[in-house]
Design a protein around this ligand. Structure first.
Ligand code: SF4
Ligand code: SF3
Length: 510
């Protein structure tokens, strides 16, 4: 075996990538990422918590998320930086986790992959100067737990605590984003591209987008969001820029096709970057934790000059270009975060009471390459007209160009934002439960989740920590969940795999 990685949904044969990553990660890169993870665990065990150590832990974990960093040189440099700070002689090798008893491995993987996702959220919040002592402290506790000889019970407690702390972390990021850029407001976004030079910005980092918008405002360059950047169009302090023109393309797994010979520059601020093809390698730029060999990296000075120059050099399309989402629609509506949805809570409650609204679905999570993922398109298409669909994260590209109509003036499809905006969905569910004086599980609400990478893992753990039952998960169950741990999740939380849209809808709606 040349490598071992089973952290994402597309892992080879639903077991593990052992020769080369399905994501394009080579064995070298995978092993360097393992070395980085081991070093981060040593640091968390040996050192006191301080800002410098915490930043290294967060960056180290974030860099190993699926489709973030393919650049061996930068992974080695980061590992050296972490190693140079380690203040004791502990030697830890993450392979000891991959090789241990399958239930322990499963629980430790849930914790490790969960805190990787949480590290991404903590990183975005920290960029905006929002930090939380409890969140930061937990990185050390969880990493120590992974290296210790703990029982199944002790590890299960840590798994659920990961969900608890991730809720705090998502709340922190929500505050960071909304206090810095305002509360998202409903906004219609076009998928069409105007002629002339342009830059496509992808990933999850609002701060990078804000900086680029400011730097390009008088340059005759238009900016388009892509992937998880789409919800940024709804934040008042970002949408105020008139050259933020629309959204380019669909979810991450289509980038090799959509970026092929693109006459514009592309800036990656986070995952998901796929192996970059020669036909557009010269126009891909990375920043923050994302890196790809041979692609220019914009460093901490955030000097976007090379991106701007490339956009000007390429010149964009010579005529306006009509483009659509995967179902043929050319308008996407965003901006239904907790603030907007709760402002019409009375209407929603009234519609439920008068039976105009029978059920609410949360259909969200990651998108991915598996063909079975059209389940989510079909599911949403088949939801009855007296139901609402809340959505978030990049899985929504499967259906966000559909016009589902409205109920009492409330659009039936409500885009709550990025994956981290699962916080909004939770807040809305909790408020509705209060209004109906019942538990979240007793609401006419069902969660149909798609997962791919580790941010989805921490969100799932948060939902489990909150005691939310009957989550439908797809397109596959994680390879790192052992049969015993799966039985536990099924018994305690009634978690279930998706089947077919028709069966699942019938089961949910009775
Ligand atoms: Fe395989 Fe996913 Fe790991 Fe990539 S991230 S090596 S696809 S399990
Ligand atoms: Fe998507 Fe990569 Fe997970 Fe933020 S961009 S959700 S997969």
């Amino acid at each position: 075996m040349e490598m071992f990685c089973f952290q994402c949904e597309q892992t080879a044969q639903c077991k593990g990538c052992t020769v080369f990553g399905v994501c394009g990660k080579s064995a070298d890169t995978a092993n360097l990422q393992d070395e980085l993870t081991s070093a981060v665990i040593e640091l968390a065990n040996c050192n006191e918590m301080n800002d410098e150590n915490t930043n290294l832990i967060i960056e180290g974990l974030f860099a190993t998320i699926t489709n973030v960093n393919f650049n061996n040189k930068s992974i080695k440099e980061l590992t050296q930086k972490v190693k140079s700070k380690i203040s004791c002689n502990l030697e830890f090798d993450i392979n000891s986790v991959w090789n241990c008893n399958e239930d322990i491995r499963s629980l430790k993987s849930l914790i490790l992959f969960g805190i990787k996702g949480m590290a991404a959220y903590a990183y975005h919040a920290a960029v905006l100067n929002y930090k939380d002592e409890e969140v930061n402290k937990y990185f050390y506790e969880a990493l120590q737990g992974i290296s210790k000889d703990l029982s199944v019970e002790e590890l299960t407690t840590l798994v659920l605590k990961t969900g608890e702390i991730n809720l705090k972390c998502m709340e922190l990021l929500d505050r960071a984003n909304t206090e810095t850029y305002g509360n998202p407001v409903p906004t219609k976004v076009t998928t069409n591209i105007v002629k002339g030079p342009f830059i496509v910005v992808t990933g999850h980092d609002l701060h990078d987008l804000a900086l680029l918008l400011e730097k390009t405002k008088d340059k005759g360059i238009n900016i388009y969001t892509h992937g998880e950047m789409l919800p940024c169009q709804a934040y008042p302090e970002l949408k105020k820029y008139s050259h933020l023109k629309g959204n380019f393309g669909t979810a991450w797994q289509n980038q090799q096709k959509e970026f092929d010979n693109l006459p514009g520059a592309i800036l990656f601020t986070t995952n998901c970057i796929m192996p970059v093809k020669d036909s557009y390698k010269d126009r891909v730029f990375t920043t923050s934790v994302v890196q790809y060999p041979e692609c220019v990296h914009i460093g901490e000075d955030k000097d976007f000059t090379p991106v701007i120059n490339k956009a000007l050099e390429l010149g964009g399309y010579s005529e306006d270009k009509q483009m659509t989402g995967i179902n043929g629609g050319d308008t996407l509506t965003v901006g239904f975060g907790h603030n907007t949805v709760l402002s019409v809570a009375d209407k929603v409650i009234d519609a439920v009471k008068t039976e105009k609204l029978k059920h609410i679905f949360l259909v969200g999570g990651c998108d991915g390459a598996k063909t079975g993922r059209n389940y989510y398109t079909e599911f949403v298409k088949q939801t009855p007209r007296d139901t609402l669909v809340l959505t978030l994260a990049c899985g929504k590209y499967r259906f966000n160009d559909l016009d589902l109509g409205d109920i009492n003036g409330i659009p039936r499809l409500l885009d709550m934002g990025q994956c981290n905006d699962a916080y909004s969905a939770i807040k809305v569910a909790v408020e509705l439960a209060k209004a109906f004086d019942c538990s979240v599980n007793d609401l006419p609400l069902s969660l149909v989740i798609s997962w791919y990478e580790q941010k989805a893992v921490c969100i799932l753990l948060t939902l489990l920590y909150l005691g939310i039952e009957n989550i439908r998960l797809g397109p596959n169950l994680p390879a790192f969940v052992s049969p015993n741990i799966l039985n536990f999740l099924v018994d305690k939380f009634k978690i279930k795999p998706i089947t077919t849209p028709k069966n699942d809808l019938k089961d949910i709606l009775g």
